[in-house]
Design a protein around this ligand. Structure first.
Ligand SMILES: CC(C)(COP(=O)(O)OP(=O)(O)OC[C@H]1O[C@@H](n2cnc3c(N)ncnc32)[C@H](O)[C@@H]1OP(=O)(O)O)[C@@H](O)C(=O)NCCC(=O)NCCS
Length: 180
């Protein structure tokens, strides 16, 4: 497997404000936060400062872990994002895991999610994570296929978790070594 060569992955910057906020609004329909923890009330510069500081392990709220957010750009156009957590806490062990990704609707079914997931695996792998946890809703066929394509294996001890509303979260592990 190789990363989609035309994609550029980088931290979000000042010039990405409009594209990123448009992406955030468009993916609310999927019940997906393109810009994790962002709200309209937060100035863009403050948000990217906070995200990029988090990657360096600075300004991390109590109980949170070091994390980073990357935009995926195809010829300058924002097509998706991948967020990575460099370690797990109790919450992430149940739900969230090391890597989360989303692809804008108009760019789906072209292998973007697989490329995003592979980038996330390489990123946490370089930071010393040998096996990455990915979680997803049992009804999310696209994400399940992405995880399987990247080598995901259901957690033998806790393959799924059921919430009070009946929704099920699947928990997969992927070796980061085969994805470097
Ligand atoms: C799920 C999502 C990331 C897939 O993105 P994508 O770029 O279309 O995925 P890819 O083109 O890389 O396809 C990866 C695999 O998923 C399959 N797939 C993608 N969308 C699918 C769908 N809606 N139903 C069934 N399979 C789907 C593809 O066929 C491919 O499988 P294959 O390699 O076995 O052929 C995208 O639909 C999305 O962003 N959804 C909203 C956010 C989200 O659910 N994020 C994941 C949270 S865990």
């Amino acid at each position: 497997m190789s990363l989609n060569p035309s994609l550029e992955f980088r931290e979000l910057a000042s010039q990405d404000e409009q594209q990123a906020i448009d992406a955030h609004q468009s993916m609310l329909a999927d019940d997906f936060e393109f810009l994790p923890t962002w709200s309209m009330a937060e100035p863009w510069e403050d948000y990217i400062y906070r995200m990029n500081a988090g990657r360096r392990g600075e300004h991390i709220p109590d109980g949170w872990v070091r994390s980073a957010l990357f935009g995926a750009f195809d010829d300058g156009e924002l097509v998706g994002r991948v967020s990575v957590r460099y370690e797990l806490n109790d919450f992430l062990l149940q739900n969230g895991g090391h890597i989360g990704y989303g692809v804008l609707p108009e760019h789906r079914r072209r292998g973007m999610a697989v490329a995003l997931c592979q980038f996330g695996l390489a990123e946490v792998g370089h930071a010393g994570v040998d096996s990455a946890l990915l979680t997803c809703d049992s009804m999310n066929a696209g994400s399940i296929a992405t995880i399987l394509r990247c080598g995901g294996v259901l957690d033998p001890q806790l393959p799924s978790l059921e919430a009070a509303d009946g929704s099920k979260t699947l928990r997969y592990w992927i070796s980061t070594q085969s994805n470097h």
